[in-house]
Design a protein around this ligand. Structure first.
Ligand SMILES: [Zn+2]
Length: 205
């Protein structure tokens, strides 16, 4: 069985009475923390509708996750020709865009700048990221826009298996669930780094 859940704006995860330590990770329907196991690096494809700014933001986000954790986590495979219903293709980890009218957003459609959808068996097996084209993004801090690189960094954190972290007592996580227009959050917090190293640190020598 493959189960589907989504990061950002989804209440599925709150059903788990997980301890502090597991609640920062994406969890299965029976509340197990989810990882990709040995299937690292994760192969990512740009959808053919993703803009060049979107591609740039993903490349920057990949670089940040890898440089700051010291781990090889992602492999960007290139562009994948999209077709109607591609969101059901569970063999392609797709980075794409959808308008807020698209069913992919569910009831959170007009609130969420982006969303990550993930599938798992024992481990995570597929993850897609969508940016909401009804929001304005930029990579160079244009007025009244969301910072595309910050949002990409957050969504790739979901892809890796992280849930939200709204603790602000010792640094702000890139997995904080709130970001404002004009706000840049382009650096991992020590907690973000520790969590990814805990999940995937065995891949380094
Ligand atoms: Zn999120």
């Amino acid at each position: 069985m493959i189960a589907m859940l989504s990061g950002c704006g989804d209440e599925t995860l709150s059903n788990c009475n997980a301890g502090m330590e597991t609640s920062v990770y994406l969890v299965s329907s029976d509340c197990r923390p989810l990882t990709w196991g040995q299937a690292i690096p994760i192969s990512l494809f740009y959808g053919s509708t993703l803009s060049s700014d979107g591609q740039f933001a993903i490349r920057e986000a990949v670089k940040t996750w890898e440089e700051q954790t010291g781990l090889h986590l992602f492999e960007i495979m290139g562009t994948y020709q999209e077709y109607p219903g591609i969101e059901n293709n569970q063999s392609i980890n797709l980075i794409s865009v959808r308008p807020s009218s698209d069913p992919i957003w569910g009831t959170a459609g007009n609130k969420e700048p982006a969303k990550t959808v993930y599938y798992y068996r024992d481990y995570l097996v597929n993850s897609d990221v969508y940016f909401n084209t009804s929001f304005k993004f930029s990579i160079q801090n244009e007025p009244q826009t969301y910072d595309l690189i910050s949002v990409a960094l957050h969504e790739l954190g979901h892809v890796l298996g992280l849930d939200h972290d709204n603790d602000i007592s010792s640094g702000v996580s890139v997995m904080n669930s709130t970001i404002f227009v004009g706000q840049q959050r382009r650096t991992l917090s020590p907690r973000d780094i520790e969590r990814i190293q805990a999940l995937y640190g065995y891949t380094s020598n």
